[in-house]
Design a protein. Structure first.
Length: 348
């Protein structure tokens, strides 16, 4: 009799970017850490909670360095590897960089998972790196209680084209490259309520590389870029607002959503991370009277390998949308605007 393989999602207490420590808790943790060495070549560090570190090596080149890893969001090992790798590489794209190579971070319960399953996870990560035209040049493995996979991603950028999350200006328009709802879809998956077609939609979104990043970085009218991941749309937009000393308005009706996202939220398929996210930054968010718990759940929904969030001039909107559409991002949408005022977000 063949031994039944365990579900990957049953082996971890959280999944995907929902594993992230909540923004409020993270802020408290980092508050007690004394700043280390900050050389002038370090163009981007921890000061604005940006997507990656950037270190200048000469007038035309800077290194973009980031790492991301998490526990399974899906049960298929190959898809888990693909999603985790896509998510890690995204932070290089979000800075406007071009990926160069990656290092694998692997922690697996060797007494629980068959080597074949672990191999499929690694194959999935390798497949995404091939799609991004980069090698996995090394890494580190440990025997862990829960399955963990991710990458260290290294990229390159011209410092003149660097896009931080702290450059948004009043009058800018906000553009989101992917649909929201990966978190509620993953919650539905854990309850066996996700159809095969819905699963395919979720994985297709989470494995789409954010390749418009380096092209957008060359546009003078693009002032800020980040990617939407574990803190949800509002959390990552809040980082933009704080770093840029601006306020944002979001039109909920303009948000691109996975087709059954509201339905799943209404059925109660939400992640614990969503509530933790709201507890961390909800006091700086004004929700219109017509928006209830379901809408709030999607605004705070942790996105695993989510879309790029772009702040650009009104005159640049058409060009930005065109770049996204040319690269296959059919759900890209203008979702709001940047205004003057105390850092915070208004959702209508």
């Amino acid at each position: 009799m063949t031994e039944k393989k365990p579900r990957l999602t049953a082996l971890s207490h959280g999944g995907g970017c929902g594993c992230k420590i909540a923004p409020g808790v993270l802020q408290k943790l980092l508050a007690g850490v004394k700043p280390g060495i900050i050389p002038p070549q370090l163009l981007v560090g921890t000061e604005t909670s940006d997507d990656a570190a950037v270190y200048q090596i000469n007038a035309q080149q800077a290194i973009v360095a980031t790492t991301d890893f998490f526990m399974p969001i899906v049960d298929d090992p190959y898809d888990f590897g693909r999603i985790a790798a896509t998510n890690a590489i995204s932070d290089v794209y979000a800075m406007g960089g071009t990926p160069l190579f990656a290092l694998a971070l692997v922690g697996m319960p060797l007494n629980v998972l068959p080597l074949e399953t672990i191999g499929k996870i690694l194959e999935g990560g390798e497949a995404v790196c091939r799609a991004a035209s980069i090698p996995i040049a090394g890494g580190h493995t440990i025997d862990s209680v829960e399955p963990i996979y991710g990458l260290v991603a290294i990229g390159l950028i011209n410092p003149e084209h660097l896009k931080r999350n702290s450059g948004a200006r009043p009058g800018d328009r906000l553009i989101l490259g992917k649909s929201l709802g990966v978190g509620v879809y993953s919650a539905a998956l854990k309850k066996d309520k996700l159809s095969e077609s819905d699963y395919e939609v979720m994985v297709a979104s989470a494995t789409q590389l954010n390749t418009p990043g380096p092209v957008l970085a060359c546009l003078d009218g693009v002032h800020a870029v980040t990617d939407v991941t574990g803190f949800g749309l509002l959390g990552h937009l809040m980082e933009v607002c704080k770093g840029s000393a601006v306020r944002a308005r979001v039109d909920f009706s303009a948000l691109p959503l996975l087709s059954r996202a509201l339905e799943f939220a209404d059925a109660g398929y939400v992640t614990g991370a969503s509530a933790r996210n709201w507890a961390s930054y909800g006091d700086a968010v004004q929700l219109a009277a017509g928006l209830g718990d379901n809408e709030r759940a999607l605004l705070t929904d942790p996105q695993t390998s989510g879309g790029l969030l772009v702040s650009c001039t009104p005159e640049t909107v058409t060009e930005v949308l065109s770049i996204f559409l040319q690269q296959g991002f059919s759900h890209v949408s203008v979702i709001g605007e940047v205004i003057e005022g105390e850092p915070g977000i208004e959702v209508a």
